[in-house]
Design a binder for this molecule. Structure first.
Ligand code: QUE
Length: 350
């Protein structure tokens, strides 16, 4: 199936999915979610398909995120569309994680938010020197979703807490270190790799990928991991702010300045949910908790205010509600994370 926004076809033994909205950095729209889900369902039982390859049109992005503009525009109609979008997107994230054939994600260029959801749970995750990964949701009044809390909670030390709160960018090497990717392949070798994947069988896939792989460059994130983990070990956002404020390192100064621009409510929720995800049994259980949080942050108006300020009006001056950390109580964080009424739960982990 092909429409303009996504190209889905079989080439050789490979089921191929190409995100095709290059002017929008291949942001994931709601129809694309359904297209990918149906293709995977078909390919799961199609004996002609050995493996799946996901990539993005153009050389700038695999996928810069979910189509948050459509979510923003839906605000006047209530939360129905937003809930449906997120529910089906998270079901797709779990479907990719559980897919029974190899799923090769080419994480070349920008991979943020919803793009991480399509690639970060894949069986074979390839990055390049052009890869730029991030979970930037606290900038738009959300928590890291699409299974991001699961990935972040399993990163080394407090590196995931740092990445999720600040939305800091990862290089390809950083992504391998943090557990968001597996293999480094130079971008110029991707066309040859894709050609080889068309002819690859499941049994020879790892060998095929290794033919095109290079040693990963050094990870700056890895080099800073001890400093990061010390600063982000705090049991509250206030403690983390305090720790960063006592450091004069340029990294700490920049991190603190960035955190001060984020939604206080999203920061406290993100801190709680990443810590909580460490004790969860599965990606699916993490997606269930993320769903409670994002739908409530949508209903509270925090998400729409963030999108307005960053992506619609571009004044970069969101009026967060509440405006200060002190006004976000522990009880409020508990409310945001607590189960919804029956029928409003995602229920993937049940
Ligand atoms: C934080 C985010 C997102 C963002 C910017 C942020 C996000 C997202 C997009 C995005 C990018 C390109 C598009 C688009 C949306 O930007 O999640 O429609 O074409 O999807 O600071 O979380």
């Amino acid at each position: 199936m092909t429409d303009d926004d996504i190209i889905i076809r079989r080439e050789g033994f490979a089921g191929r999915i190409t995100m095709n909205r290059p002017k929008a950095l291949n942001a994931l729209t709601y129809p694309m979610v359904g297209d990918i889900a149906r293709a995977l369902q078909d390919w799961a039982t199609d004996p002609a398909v050995e493996l799946v390859v996901l990539d993005g049109a153009g050389d700038r992005a695999l996928c810069a995120g979910g189509d948050v503009l459509s979510l923003y525009e839906s605000r006047v109609d209530g939360s129905g569309f937003a809930r449906t979008f997120w529910a089906d997107e998270y079901r797709l994230n779990a479907q990719i994680a559980r897919f029974q054939k190899p799923f090769v994600a080419l994480m070349d260029g920008i991979v943020m938010g919803g793009g991480i959801g399509l690639s970060g749970h894949a069986s074979h995750r390839i990055v390049t020197e052009r890869s730029m990964l991030a979970m930037p949701e606290t900038s738009i009044g959300l928590i890291p979703d699409v299974g991001g809390t699961w990935l972040l909670s399993h990163a080394p030390g407090e590196v995931g807490t740092y990445l999720g709160l600040t939305g800091a960018r990862m290089t390809g090497a950083d992504a391998i270190y943090a557990g968001f990717a597996d293999t480094f392949v130079p971008a110029k070798r991707l066309p040859e790799l894709v050609a080889a994947l068309r002819e690859a069988r499941r049994s020879s896939l790892d060998h095929t990928i290794a033919l095109y792989a290079s040693a990963s460059p050094a990870s700056e994130l890895h080099g800073r991991a001890d400093e990061i983990s010390a600063a982000f070990a705090g049991s509250s956002i206030e403690e983390i702010f305090e720790a960063l404020s006592h450091s004069v390192s340029p990294w700490a100064v920049k991190s603190l300045a960035g955190l001060k621009t984020k939604s206080p409510k999203a920061l406290k929720a993100t801190h709680a949910v990443i810590r909580h995800a460490r004790s969860l049994p599965s990606l699916e259980a993490a997606l269930d908790v993320e769903y409670r949080l994002v739908t409530r942050l949508f209903e509270d108006g925090e998400f729409t205010e963030g999108v307005r300020a960053l992506l619609i009006d571009k004044d970069k001056a969101p009026k967060w509600n509440p405006a200060t950390l002190a006004e976000v109580s522990d009880a409020e964080v508990t409310r945001l994370m607590s189960p919804r009424i029956v029928g409003e739960e995602l229920g993937l982990g049940d």
